[in-house]
Ligand binder design. Sequence first.
Ligand SMILES: *Cc1c(COP(=O)(O)O)cnc(C)c1O
Length: 366
Amino acid sequence: MAAVKAQGLSRRPVPRIEVDLDKLRHNARFVVDACSRLGIRVAGVTKVTCAMPEVARALLDGGVSWLADSRTENLARLKASGLTGEFIYLRGPMQSRVQEVVELADISLCSDVATVRLLGDAAQFLGIRHRVIMMVDVGDLREGVMPEDALDTARAIAETPGVELYGIGTNHACFGGVMPTVDNVSLLVEIAESIRRELGIELPIVSGGNSTALRLVFSGTMPKGVSQLRVGESIMLGVDVNNREPIPGMYQDAFTLVAEVIEVQRKPSVPIGCIGQDAFGNVPVFVDRGIRDRVILGIGRQDVKVDGIKPLTDGAEVLGGSSDHLIVDVTEAVERPVTGDEMRFRPDYGALLAAMTSPYVAKVIV
Ligand SMILES: *Cc1c(COP(=O)(O)O)cnc(C)c1O
């Protein structure tokens, strides 16, 4: 049932994101089980949901060993909701915010020695030890020290008062689109071994990557020695993040976006008049498909990434959107929505990120 009448006393808020916690719990369990067979523990990454506490709880129920997020505000939200366990701060801390980081996170990813010293100072002030996972760049060229600098940086971090060098980690496919491979993950494991040998420390965590690294887990080629993966998108959306294909055995429909039709019209497919720029400074291009049936929904770019949502009504096609309006061609739709109907959409990662972040989109557990 793609178009549902929205009227009635018990109507749910629109627009909204519906969250199916059972599916998230299943997806988390699926990843945790696959990883645990290889001695890998999973950090469940909550940032795409702004660390919605119910989602974090579902990940913990699915067996993740840590909750991880890139925003201190989100870690604070988890703490305030009473969730316990170890929290990981995922982004290199800002020097201006080290105090929040050590208060909210047990572990942070960091590779800047000056920042690590400030983390250590803040930790000592609180009478605790903060654990650091030093990021190493194996090719994607986002965060982390280059492999040739890893040992010296590790030594500096290990010698910092208030801080424990708890592990090393790497990230893939974020800036450079570089995929995790046996070679680049093995490089991380070798660097870990040389740090253990040279510095005589335990270094328990080798954090082998994000969701993209699951391909090595599922194909059975993950190099031995990786002890942690940090997984967000694959748990949330059930996809292989290297190609966005569904992972068999996981749910792709834990999140559904719902918006309401505010207008139904038959209109030409090409605008009438002299085309300048649209609301966002682009010059739009149109193909003449004759007169089409279109609906306008009360959701827009302030709520969602409009090219990142797929209508669940077969035959319906998103034409585009402005700040507050989404335009959908329903000429070939199997169901013709009327004003007041709800339409349902499947969001991709970018669309989910925007919708979860928008204060205008209600978040509803189903
Ligand atoms: C966001 C993030 C992750 C999780 O990435 P997914 O692709 O969602 O699994 C892992 N590590 C770091 C450092 C991140 O910023």
